[in-house]
Each structure stands twice: as C-alpha cells, then as structure tokens.
Design a protein around this ligand. Structure first.
Ligand SMILES: Cc1ncc(COP(=O)(O)O)c(C=O)c1O
Length: 369
C-alpha cells in the first residue's frame, strides 16, 4: 500500500501511535564477545530438559491446531491457584490479556489509569482502543503509588493497570497498599492486576494478593506470565485469574482463535512441574541482584529496591549515554528518564558472568563519559 492510500484508511488514533518494534537482538559475535541481553527481563537459564522434551513431543503433532482453551494447562493452574477453571483464561503472553482488558472495558473517550513509568503496552493499548491514558507517577522508591492512583479515578474511569513487582522499577506493593486499593477502588473500574513478575516477588517476600483481591466486589483480573520465572519468553504464553466466570467469558469472546500455540501449551504445562529449575533461578536471581546492587551503589549509582528479575539504578551521568557505551561492548540494558536525575538504567539479572561483565564495564564507561 502506498503512503497516501494508507493515510486515508488508517484511523487518526493509529496514525498517532509510533512504530515501536520489540528490541531486536544484535548478532552473536562468538564466545570472544558474547551478547549480553539484559534489556528484556528474560531468564538467563534455558528451559528445564523436561520442558524442552515436552515441547519436542508437541512439535511432532504440529499439523493439528492447538487446544484453543488449553484445558490441561488451565486445570493445572486451577489446582495450583485454587481458582475454578471457568475463571482462568490464557493468552499469547500476558500481552494479549493486557490488550483484551482495554477491549473489554473501554469505549472511545473513556479514561484508563496506569503507573508512569510503566510497561509500555498499557499506554499503547489504551490509545489503540481510543481511551484517554492517565499516567500516575510512581513513588520515589519506584513502587506504584496507590493513593495517587485512587485520586486519579473519575466517573469516566473504566480501567486501571497496577503492577507488582512493577516494571521498570522492580518496586513491590505492601499488603497495606493492596488492601487500600481493594477497599477504595470503585466497582465501575476494571482492575488489571499485572503480576508478570509474581514468582520473583513472592521469593522476595511480597504478600499474596489473591486473597485480598477476592474481597473486591467489582471486576478484576490478575495476570501472570510464563515468560519470566518459567523461562519461556520465546513461546509466548500467560494466563489470567478472573473474579467471575462472566468476566473470564469476556476475555474468551474476544481472544484470537488458537492464539496460544501447541508448543507453548506443552511447555507451560511441563514448566509448572519443573519446580527445582524455577527455585534455582529464583535463588540465583536474588543473589546476583544483591551483588549487582552493592557493586553499583559503591560507584555512585542509586539502586531502587527490586523484587523482580532486574535491577533499576538511578545514574550519576546520562543514562542513555551509559547504555550506548555499554551497547558498544555488546551489553544491552534499558535507559529511561527519572525525574531530578540524569536518568535510570534497568538491568536484567543475567548469568553470574553477565553480572561480572556489567560490574567491570560500568566504571570504564563512566570514566570515558
Ligand atoms: C509488567 C509486565 N507486564 C507484562 C509483560 C508481558 O509479558 P509477556 O507478554 O511476555 O507475558 C511484561 C514483560 O516484560 C511486563 O514487564
């Protein structure tokens, strides 16, 4: 399609969106200069052998469509969470469920609230559905500011995204924060409670939010991901626990047919049983996060408390310049603005060798700036 033709057919709200493809990995330059991919919050561990084997078995039957409802996976999730299967939905990554929440709740012009900075899909999906995005700054310690978000609610608000641990800061909500949210959020708002980093949060001592969410009369969905602690970012699968069958049915109605593929379903089901593998990752992540925080604090960076598989630090010099210099050394991290500072860097916790490489490169890079 040529430019002018596209201009006539593409709606103004889509034209206003920027094309932001997910970051692409640079080519591997061999063992001498390994690529250190610390900008996407992936697991540094390959999936457990049992998970790879389950996916290989599924690959042998890829002439067939997958089980659209993911019944095996959903019953296993139901047994583990205590939420009835009829209230559990799946998606091609939790990303699909974030889009669905905006589809379900928003008519053009409706308001939707999200933490700022926050996972970019929140703002994107709100805009895409014609909603009015209301960004609420996170607290100085990087935790989602529940009182401020509640203050932003109006009679036009239909949707609120809340994440814990939060991305890009790693901050986790306290039990009192979640209780306040559930007590005060009006019932006319869909609460999308984003727990993409749930397993890391629990390992770091975060409260279990589900029993608190269960006290809410209004609609809510808590979403969790197989991309992070389960180490399956490459196959795209996540799930949502809903407050009612009626709400879960709304997600089912709009889901793209067969959006979660058969390899993803098999891998996710097997990953639920690979608990030793996940526990090793959780222990490793906590240890390396602590080591990285200590090393960077010692050279003028200010780490935010993190309960996720990444560490965010306020930088003493320009964060984009540091990120660019690190990228020249094949180390990829995410810079973003932080009020009152030269910026912040979000650094995924990778292997121990990744931590060593970051700790060695940053002083060198700082000196050169
Ligand atoms: C806060 C948050 N929510 C949701 C997602 C989406 O994860 P996925 O679609 O891979 O499940 C991410 C991914 O980085 C995230 O950081």
């Amino acid at each position: 399609m040529t430019g002018p033709t596209a201009d006539r057919i593409v709606t103004p709200r889509i034209q206003r969106l920027k094309v932001v493809p997910p970051q692409v990995k640079p080519p591997d330059l061999g063992p001498e200069r390994p690529v250190r991919s610390l900008h996407l919050n992936e697991s540094p561990f390959a999936p457990a052998p049992s998970v790879v084997a389950a996916m290989q078995r599924a690959a042998a039957e890829l002439n067939r469509y997958p089980d659209h409802d993911g019944n095996d996976l959903v019953s296993a999730l139901s047994a583990r969470s205590g939420i009835p299967a009829e209230r559990i939905v799946i998606g091609a990554g939790t990303n699909e469920l974030l889009y669905a929440s905006a589809d379900i709740a928003l008519d053009p012009g409706d308001e939707a609230i999200a933490p700022d900075p926050g996972f970019p899909t929140y703002a994107k999906t709100i805009t895409l559905r014609g909603g009015a995005y209301v960004g609420v700054p996170v607290r100085a310690d990087g935790v989602v500011d529940i009182p401020a978000m509640l203050k932003a609610v109006t009679p036009r608000t239909r949707l609120i995204f809340v994440a814990t641990p939060h991305n890009p800061t790693g901050g986790m909500l306290s039990q009192a924060d979640v209780e306040l949210l559930i007590r005060e959020l009006p019932d006319h708002v869909l609460l999308h409670f984003d727990e993409a980093y749930y397993e890391f949060g629990r390992h770091a001592g975060a409260p279990e939010a589900l029993p608190i969410l269960a006290q809410r009369q209004g609609p809510w969905i808590a979403t969790r991901s197989f991309s992070k602690a389960f180490g399956l970012a490459g196959v795209r699968v996540g799930y949502g626990l809903c407050n009612s069958r009626e709400l879960a049915d709304a997600y089912r109605k709009i889901r793209v047919n067969f959006s979660v593929n058969a390899v993803a379903l098999a891998g996710a089901r097997a990953a639920l049983d690979a608990t030793d593998h996940m526990n090793a990752l959780l222990d490793h992540t906590a240890k390396e996060r602590q080591r990285l925080a200590q090393a960077l604090a010692g050279i003028g960076f200010e780490p935010l408390p993190s309960a996720a598989n990444f560490l965010t630090v306020k930088t003493p010099k320009s964060a984009p310049a540091i990120a660019e210099a690190l990228a020249a050394e094949n180390i990829f991290v995410l810079p973003f603005p932080w009020p009152g500072t030269p910026g912040a860097l979000r650094i995924t916790i990778g292997s121990s060798a990744d931590t060593d490489a970051v700790v060695a490169a940053i002083p060198r890079v700082l000196k050169a700036l």
